[in-house]
Design a protein around this ligand. Structure first.
Ligand code: 0L1
Ligand code: MG
Length: 260
């Protein structure tokens, strides 16, 4: 039986408040029998609250698409979340990390969706451009500790993203080198192969998993394919850059509460 609507709304309100006040909250006590469908219902209600404040849905993100990420947070399922226009940070621009609880950053690859995707569509017929990207994540739970339904409800820790220059999808995407630099120092190295063996599979998983919840990728949306490395804590004042072989770079500057 689905979770009662009152419980869905209450949990969405708590997560929303935690994000808006940058205050970590305890893990929820789910009713017995609650499952991932219930967690996606909370995520949808949480997103509705943002849309009611004037934000616009601009795409989806895939989470936990690599072993490194799964091991880092102790959850071993691919998950997806929703992206709004308010989460977008201009390439090279400031990210207001003073408004976050315990931000982390990770290097990703982004896809541009050229037309509404239908079940069974393949990557080449729908994705018209690819870009290097950064994702800013910020679990609303204390100490970044959560179960699978917890993190789905929390919109897969989504907090912000940067998209580098778009370009036509290259012939090979499956094994491009990836670096994450902070203040000019390489802090993580990896390969796009870490993203489900080939980041194009993240598109297939988005169509499949979001489709199960009645959500389809729309023309003009973005899709973040997932991180190629573990995420790294982000301190105010840091300059961050993702470098993806053949695709280029995406960058941000972590602005603290005092603007420094
Ligand atoms: O984008 C991600 O892979 C994040 C998924 C949620 C787990 C986390 O907070 O790292
Ligand atoms: Mg991510």
């Amino acid at each position: 039986m689905p979770l009662p609507q009152a419980e869905v709304s209450s949990l969405a309100a708590q997560l929303d408040e935690a994000a808006r006040t940058a205050t970590a909250m305890p893990q929820p006590r789910w009713s017995p029998g609650a499952d991932t469908d219930d967690a996606y219902a909370v995520q949808a209600a949480l997103t509705e609250r943002r849309l009611a404040r004037g934000e616009r849905l601009v795409g989806l993100k895939m989470g936990l698409t690599s072993r490194a990420k799964m091991v880092q947070v102790g959850v071993s399922e691919v998950i997806w979340g929703r992206l709004t226009d308010r989460m977008r940070i201009p390439d090279g621009g400031p990210a207001d990390v003073g408004a976050l609880i315990h931000p982390r950053v990770e290097p990703e690859v982004a896809f541009l969706i050229g037309r509404d995707a239908r079940p069974g569509d393949d990557f080449a017929s729908v994705v018209t451009a690819v870009a290097p990207a950064l994702e800013l994540i910020d679990s609303r739970y204390a100490d970044f500790r959560f179960s699978l339904p917890d993190v789905i409800a929390d919109n897969t820790s989504a907090a912000g993203f940067v998209i580098g220059p778009w370009q036509p999808p290259p012939a090979g995407l499956a094994n491009l080198g990836v670096l994450l630099e902070i203040d000019g120092r390489v802090v993580q190295t990896g390969s796009t192969a870490a993203i489900l063996g080939d980041p194009r599979r993240a598109f297939d998983e988005a169509v499949r998993l979001a489709g199960r919840q009645g959500v389809r990728l729309r023309e003009g949306w973005l899709l973040l394919a997932g991180a190629a490395t573990a995420a790294v804590p982000l301190a105010p004042g840091s300059q961050v850059r993702a470098v993806v072989e053949e695709l280029g770079t995406a960058a941000l500057w972590a602005k603290g509460a005092d603007g420094a």
